[in-house]
Design a protein around this ligand. Structure first.
Ligand SMILES: [Zn+2]
Ligand SMILES: [Zn+2]
Length: 140
């Protein structure tokens, strides 16, 4: 499947070929902190089928698995874009949040569930609204 994506400010964009049956949710604590979200959804693309436009920045972290990973993001708006090996990468792990087709990319597996936030299963039962109405005001 052909996908495309961009960071929030538009300075960095990309296209890729992915297997839509290989979308994954990661509940590891690194993904929670680095994504700013309760969990992260990702999909891999071979490096030869990933085309980047723009000049991103990267931050190398040591994952819980012990692997060194370059976390690549937009230097202007900070949007997380993908992760890859710091040297001789063969693939990129694209962050679903910046993929245009993300609504069609349902995860097939979840990993690091032992650090999944305990309230996630309750989410469907938590009240809400289609837009911002009902947003809780800050305490005064
Ligand atoms: Zn940006
Ligand atoms: Zn993770």
């Amino acid at each position: 499947m052909h996908i495309d994506g961009a960071c929030h400010c538009g300075q960095i964009s990309f296209t890729a070929e992915i297997d839509p049956s290989r979308v994954m949710v990661c509940h590891c604590t690194d993904c929670q902190v680095l994504s700013g979200a309760p969990f992260r959804a990702v999909v891999a693309a071979p490096i030869g089928q990933f085309h980047l436009r723009g000049q991103p920045k990267s931050y190398v972290k040591v994952a819980q698995s012990g692997n060194r990973r370059a976390q690549v993001f937009c230097p202007e708006c900070g949007t997380p874009l993908y992760a890859t090996a710091p040297e001789n990468p063969t693939s990129v792990i694209i962050r679903l949040g910046c993929v245009t087709q993300r609504a069609q990319l349902k995860p097939a597996i979840q990993i690091w569930q032992h650090s999944a936030l305990p309230w996630l299963p309750e989410l469907p039962r938590i009240g809400g609204s289609p837009e911002q109405q009902g947003f809780l005001p800050a305490p005064t």
